[in-house]
Design a protein. Structure first.
Length: 111
């Protein structure tokens, strides 16, 4: 049985978050990161491991439900234009990239 989660006070369905992560992994963040698995694994126990290209000696980053919750809150607070684009379903690869960086790095570091 597949479970779904809603995120933040905006009641964002898991599918929307999966779509945003797809934007990130398929295009938006490909210049700085790669995942050891599919983006949907972020919702499974253990999450998905993400590696930064630039920081090859840095520890692996873990994208999981807690990181997603935090990333949404950070994006809403620090990058409201990108968050609004996401809420309005006007998101793209750039929005996905910003979101992934918020989840894993707490801010925009790349790009």
């Amino acid at each position: 049985m597949t479970t779904t989660t809603t995120f933040t006070a905006h009641n964002i369905p898991q599918q929307r978050v999966e779509d945003l992560l797809c934007n990130a992994f398929e295009d938006g963040s490909a210049y700085w990161a790669e995942a050891d698995g599919d983006h949907t694994q972020a919702f499974e126990p253990g999450g998905v491991i993400v590696r930064e290209f630039e920081e090859f000696l840095a520890p692996d980053l873990v994208l999981n439900v807690a990181a997603i919750q935090s990333g949404l809150a950070i994006m809403e607070e620090k990058y409201p234009i990108h968050f609004a684009n996401f809420l309005n379903e006007d998101d793209d690869a750039e929005t996905g990239d910003v979101f992934l960086q918020c989840c894993l790095l707490g801010e925009i570091v790349y790009g």
